[in-house]
Design a protein around this ligand. Structure first.
Ligand SMILES: [Zn+2]
Ligand SMILES: [Zn+2]
Length: 154
């Protein structure tokens, strides 16, 4: 079982964060932008309801595209820590690798498989060549939360 609150932080530890509630959806994104920002094959996201998410130390800075979606980094070690999506304020996309137990949230969906590195694989249950529609996200979140609650964690 997952225990809340869960603590996390960037690589150097100057920025610390805490989550008090489980994610409403977990994702891997294979887009080229995420490949560049993670220096790896894909990014990981856990969508945490905003009221259950807090930065507890340090001041994260905006990085990435400096655009409508706000990508937050530690200003010292430059770890990409979380994203506040464009026009959405009810959840924050946390990179679960910031958490003390980085493997706790396996990705339930994967996006942008059209840009995926040929050898990259995730355990995602649903795959999308690009992004799901906004309506589809609601059904995916519902399905994820049902599984999450029956399995204890995911
Ligand atoms: Zn840092
Ligand atoms: Zn991406």
């Amino acid at each position: 079982m997952a225990n809340y609150p869960m603590e996390g932080g960037c690589r150097c530890g100057k920025v610390r964060l805490r989550i008090n509630v489980p994610p409403i959806l977990t994702m891997a994104c294979h887009c080229r932008g995420c490949q560049r920002m993670t220096s790896s094959a894909f990014s990981l996201s856990a969508a945490i309801p905003t009221e259950g998410f807090a930065v507890t130390a340090g001041e994260p800075v905006i990085g990435g595209l400096h655009g409508a979606a706000r990508h937050y980094f530690c200003g010292h070690c430059m770890s990409w820590m979380f994203t506040r999506p464009d026009g959405i304020d009810f959840f924050v996309n946390l990179r679960p690798t910031m958490l003390a137990d980085p493997g706790i949230f396996s990705p339930f969906i994967e996006t942008w498989t059209s840009e995926k590195l040929p050898w990259a694989k995730t355990p995602a249950v649903h795959s999308f060549e690009a992004l799901p529609t906004m309506e589809a996200y609601e059904g995916l979140a519902k399905e994820y939360m049902e599984r999450r609650d029956s399995l204890g964690i995911m």
